[in-house]
Design a binder for this molecule. Structure first.
Ligand code: NOJ
Length: 515
């Protein structure tokens, strides 16, 4: 296990939208380098950068055309190597995005695989035996290549599935996972990983990590075996490299596949979605809404068993948002966000902060860009100040990758830096607290102390610290003995009695044993 993860706090950067230094309307590596001190000052000591490789950008870069070359719009490979070095000089780590399940239809491997004549890449993708032979139960494309076969898709039409084999082969064209050509796909992906790790990258966020082996069994034995093989390579050659999976099933991803971390993602109706995004029914019952009804058990019932089952082997990670999800500001006020982040940043595992959430950037209603569809509104340019294009770029406004939030009260870093009580300064204070208190970090113990359906506050223990939070508009009390404790950190206020903790509306307290 990489030691640095214990006190890591990640900042996810969507490179298109972070900071543009060459005035082409698109963010770049030099822009990220210029903002490293800002990110470090926030309390984030690690980055995850969304795919920045050469790509036709039909899925914002998740359609990789060349795994070893960056997209010229972000700079050069040398710029990215410099970014790794500058981050390391500041004690920060950088994860790139690894997309192992598919490539762009314009990748050289796919071009070769499409040829009629058999070659080294013929089995690099999943093809049926003939152009009139469909792939039952799978999305596929026919009629677009010289080769007489249809090929399987992994996501959009532009993303043919790489071939890691089938756990159970049912058709003649399905290869077993131990077929030399399927092993070659795995080895090719390890080669990509070594390339970036050798240039100073510190690991990977892994896209659709569960998607590799087709017709896999329920526990994903085939896919897990591949990742365990990758983990063995890392443990031997790059023991400080870290891997976080986009899987949303930590017992599989961490315990069986060997990932160091797995995300708890927003899937409709799951425990995480009840915290901030429970508005699909029309009525907003999100736990962190002032009027949400306050039922933390809907989260805990799913979180706790997964946390307990995986904590010895890795980290189950909570996030503010990501590039696929509606921003939390969509339905939460800044006050509600403060309590939300206070919770997310005092939980076990490694937290992830999505760029712009630290100032409460809005979700914008926008037409789709680069395959973003409804995700586009969470990918707008970072708002640095109240100058032209919110300080993101000096280019003409119509040349911007995506429009900036043009509302009169659009939040910005510059404005919030000046306001002691801003969301930005609250994030800084919370992350500073996390770095100071080992009990709040990834490995610190967690236990729900008072967590009742429909009742508040929610009280939990992290090692020697007791934490109580009340997202509602009412004053609430819990029968928790906290005598002898004093307030170490607070948002809003409360009182600590012999037999009860009382919290004012929308407040958060961290209580320590009186030193
Ligand atoms: C998940 C990524 O987060 C998303 O943005 C992408 O479109 C798909 N995987 C396909 O790679």
């Amino acid at each position: 296990m990489p030691k640095w993860l214990k006190d890591a706090v990640f900042y996810e950067i969507y490179p298109q939208s972070y900071y543009d230094t060459n005035e082409d309307g698109i963010g770049d590596f030099n822009g990220i380098i210029e903002k490293l001190d800002y990110i470090k000052g926030l309390g984030c000591n690690a980055l995850w950068i969304n795919p920045c490789y050469d790509s036709p950008f039909k899925d914002a870069g998740y359609d990789v055309r060349d795994y070893k070359k960056v997209a010229p719009r972000y700079g050069t490979n040398q710029d990215l190597y410099r970014l790794f070095g500058e981050a390391h000089n500041r004690g920060m780590h950088v994860l790139l995005d690894l997309v192992p399940g598919h490539t762009s239809e314009e990748h050289e491997w796919f071009r070769e695989s499409q040829k009629a004549e058999k070659n080294k890449y013929s089995n690099r993708y999943v093809w049926s035996g003939h152009c009139f032979e469909p792939m039952k139960g799978y999305p596929y494309i026919g009629g677009e290549s010289e080769r007489a076969g249809v090929y399987m898709l992994n996501f959009f039409k532009c993303q043919p599935a790489l071939n890691y084999g089938f756990q159970k082969c049912e058709e003649a064209w399905q290869l077993p996972t131990d077929h030399p050509d399927c092993i070659a796909t795995r080895e090719a992906m390890k080669d990509v990983m070594r390339f970036w790790l050798d240039h100073g990258c510190d690991g990977f966020r892994v896209d659709m990590a569960s998607s590799l082996v087709k017709n896999d069994d329920e526990v994903k034995s085939g896919t897990c075996a591949i990742w365990r093989n990758v983990r063995e390579m890392l443990d031997e050659e790059y023991p400080e490299a870290a891997m976080v999976s986009e899987w949303n099933d930590p017992q599989r991803a961490i315990n069986s596949a060997g990932f160091h971390m797995d995300f708890y993602l927003n899937w409709s109706g799951n425990g995480y979605s009840t915290l901030m995004r429970d508005y699909e029914s029309g009525e907003d019952r999100s736990f962190f809404r002032k009027d949400g009804g306050g039922d933390i058990t809907r989260f805990l019932d799913e979180y706790v068993p997964n946390y307990l089952a995986t904590r010895e082997n890795g980290y189950y990670c909570l996030l503010t948002c990501n590039h696929d999800t509606l921003r939390p500001k969509y339905n939460l006020s800044d006050r509600e966000l403060k309590i939300t982040y206070a919770f997310l940043f005092t939980m076990p595992g490694v937290p992830f902060l999505y760029y712009g959430d630290e100032i409460g950037m809005r979700y914008l209603q926008l037409p789709t860009k680069e395959g973003g569809y409804q995700r586009t509104g969470s990918r707008t340019p970072m708002q640095w100040n109240d100058k032209k294009n919110a300080g993101f770029s000096k280019c003409p406004a119509d040349a911007l990758y995506l429009p900036v939030d043009g509302s009169a009260d659009a939040p910005s870093v510059a404005a919030q830096e000046k306001a002691p009580d801003s969301l930005l300064n609250t994030v800084r204070a919370l992350l500073a607290l996390r770095h100071e208190e080992e009990d709040l970090q990834a490995d610190g113990e967690f236990e729900a102390v008072y967590a009742e359906s429909g009742k508040l506050p929610f009280v939990y223990r992290r090692g020697g610290l007791l934490i109580a939070l009340n997202p509602s508009g009412e004053t609430v009390s819990a029968p928790v003995a906290a005598a002898g404790r004093t307030v170490r950190f607070s948002i809003g206020g409360g009182t600590v009695g012999e037999t009860a903790i009382t919290l004012e509306p929308q407040s958060f307290l961290v209580l320590q044993v009186t030193p």
